[in-house]
Design a protein around this ligand. Sequence first.
Ligand code: ATP
Length: 624
Amino acid sequence: MASCFHPSAMATSHREEDSIILFSASNSPDEFSSASSSFSSSPLPTPNRYSLTVTNLSYTINHTPILNSVSLAAESSKILAVVGPSGTGKSTLLKIISGRVNHKALDPSSAVLMNNRKITDYNQLRRLCGFVPQDDDLLPLLTVKETLMYSAKFSLRDSTAKEREERVESLLSDLGLVLVQDSFVGEGDEEDRGVSGGERKRVSIAVEMIRDPPILLLDEPTSGLDSRNSLQVVELLATMAKSKQRTVLFSIHQPSYRILDYISDYLILSRGSVIHLGSLEHLEDSIAKLGFQIPEQLNPIEFAMEIVESLRTFKPNSVAVVESSSMWPENNENDGIISKKEAFRVLDVTEISYLCSRFCKIIYRTKQLFLARTMQAVVAGLGLGSVYTRLKRDEEGVAERLGLFAFSLSFLLSSTVEALPIYLRERRVLMKESSRGSYRISSYMIANTIAFVPFLFVVSLLFSIPVYWIVGLNPSIQAFSFFVLCVWLIILMASSLVLFLSAVSPDFISGNSLICTVLGAFFLFSGYFIPKEKIPKPWMFMYYVSLYRYPLESMVVNEYWSMREECFSSGNMGCLMTGEDVLKERGLDKDTRWINVGIMLAFFVFYRILCWGILLRKASKSTH
Ligand SMILES: Nc1ncnc2c1ncn2[C@@H]1O[C@H](COP(=O)(O)OP(=O)(O)OP(=O)(O)O)[C@@H](O)[C@H]1O
């Protein structure tokens, strides 16, 4: 077996007065976990305990130094708390360690080491470190248990359903979530309250714990919690660190006295530099050496925050790595941390099926979307039917049919905007899950398509049946079927467009105005308001890319093609206008219905591919 670490040496990193030193020595077999390996894809056993060392970490954003030569050492089974005034770089540090910041942006002398092995690929860090951000990125319409089950499905691919269930059950019990396992996660607002803030925080921790990462980083896990909940969360982290020999780091503002009992070491940051690294006793010594006395009503950390500037004069503990021994051979691709094969897999049916079932649950439970879309379709169908009841076969009827088609189109296209908030809400979860390799963006896009296509077909049927038969459009079954297909394709195109625009929009307001502007422009250049010949040349391209043009043409052709010989206006001289004349008047002398169907399908696919590309790019830059 390759040289590794001695467990006792690891667990009790030898600490001297002025430095924290990590020893490396030869390993013994009991250092490796087997069945409970954190990394489901790992073909080799992975170490059970991980020490984390950071040396000389410097980070600059836009020429502004955020972190200056930060060094720290965190040991397994213990908690290291990162404290410091607001804006001092705590979150940035945790993000860098957990691989949420591209390491190319770091100063070249910076190093993050796991068991004394320098990690150069930040994807490795993402896999080794669980990261719980300050804001909970959870789907509010899933229950606590479902949230964990989906997380288990994505992370524990090689486990059986029973093993995953057992893992979730044990986490629910460890994290005190059994009683609320069937409650919706919710968003914490009045309307959609869901579980409490403390419970939601524990769900976020459980989501990270599912894959049992050896190192867990939490960005202010107690923020927004009352003292009881804060204590519960920290207690739980301490218990978990001890019982599972995990290394835990979290940032915290003003920990209470009782919380201090659970923390082993403190890293105090001030303006991006370390001013203390070590135990509370050591901090008290430093404070005393500076000639200060800690007031009774304050704990040492609170007082340290008050004298941060004075503490800056003190030289903090240094971190040294005594012997650098590689845990893994440098080029070992089977280290279970990066799997190139995995990265290049394009299609994963299992992943798609999990995402599909999650989407279906969310669509069904999003009452606003589910009810609004179905009710809207029925009411609009009946309403339009009552306005255009039994249209006559005369000139007025021809104009009214065109008006009905144009209105239906604008209604159907604009009604899809309702999905925008759902896509935006999911975005953070998607970025987090995809950027840490839970699933591919392509799987998300395919699952979204599979889940929405049948739902939108039902919506198109609910709209088409009343409007078509009450208005008395072309009575042939083929014409009706094509009308339904056309309505379905309109909604599908619009849903793809909304998905794409939601990917480029930062928030609801800009997304909404972007969609309205684009749809307005498409409507204007659909050929309904301005005939093709009158559209100014520079704007002609809009006529070809307009989502309204193709379905409008298809609906008109569908209505009159099988009635080309029938008369729609007669006078003393006989028939003045046949169905063929109506089509010719709009320049539709060929049956372009199926070509238009192809174009509409192409738009549907095109916008989804664009959306996929944008999300892929965003996920690669994501710091979630
Ligand atoms: N992407 C960024 N672009 C520009 N500045 C940034 C960026 N990220 C962080 N900063 C800056 O880096 C500094 C440290 O930010 P960071 O969020 O790490 O602080 P913090 O100690 O976690 O603060 P808080 O306790 O308030 O959460 C801040 O001044 C912040 O404005």
